[in-house]
Design a protein around this ligand. Structure first.
Ligand code: G3P
Length: 224
């Protein structure tokens, strides 16, 4: 299974990332990835997942998925549908969409069976360690207080990043570790990588920027 690239952009439910604006953002991410050689994955709004997966030449992940199997359910996104959309994986347990531990375990196990990537969010080091025991592809540690703040976790709370890296890698060195919250510059990315993270998960710094392309180019400059 392929690895999660160093920059993962979560479109969230922002009006700036809906419909055509979302597709244009996908295109911009693709162009910047191609120009810089730095991998970028996108997590479009759920309703745009299939369209983004069809149009994008870069990895596309769902923002969330339910643990249920496909079947008689209404209004839920299940792993089988994520796979059928052409997406390569999913975020899960984002602090804006938290999940029960049993559901996290079921999604990780079933995603593996389906060959899908799982990027599981954790709000602190203890949760990073607990989720690592379930064997996701990657973990993104994000302190909720810094989300959307513009204050980068990699500079404001470096300990949570390095401690999560240590806790996860001690358990299984194959699990990639990311960090997120308040990341918006190449220097924030560089600081994250210096702490041992393999990449960043971010949203508002790009989605709400007046010039997302410029921000993405700067972010990419932080990856050696
Ligand atoms: O999923 C990414 C996220 O929660 C961080 O958000 O806006 O602080 O980059 P933001």
């Amino acid at each position: 299974m392929s690895k999660v690239p160093p920059i993962v952009l979560n479109f969230k439910a922002y009006s700036e990332s809906a419909g055509e604006k979302g597709m244009s953002l996908v295109k911009t991410c693709e162009e910047v990835a191609e120009e810089t050689g730095v991998g970028i994955a996108v997590c479009p709004q759920q309703v745009d997942l299939a369209l983004a997966a069809e149009k994008a030449g870069i990895p596309v992940y769902a923002q969330h998925v339910e643990a249920f199997e496909a079947g008689s359910r209404t209004g839920y996104v299940v792993l089988e549908a994520v796979k059928a959309s052409g997406a390569q994986g999913t975020l899960l347990n984002h602090s804006e969409h938290p999940m029960e531990i049993a559901a996290i375990e079921a999604v990780i196990r079933r995603a593996k069976e389906l060959g899908l990537i799982t990027l599981a969010c954790a709000n602190n080091t203890e949760v990073s360690r607990s989720i690592a025991a379930l064997g996701p592809s990657a973990i993104a540690v994000e302190p909720p207080a810094l989300i959307g703040s513009g204050i980068p976790v990699s500079k404001a709370d470096p300990g949570i990043v390095s401690d999560s890296v240590e806790a996860v890698k001690n358990l299984d060195p194959k699990i990639q570790v990311f960090c997120g919250a308040g990341i918006s510059t190449g220097s924030d990315v560089k600081a994250a990588l210096e702490l041992g993270a393999e990449g960043v998960l971010l949203a508002s710094g790009v989605v709400k920027a007046s010039d997302p392309r410029k921000v993405l180019l700067d972010l990419a400059s932080g990856v050696p």
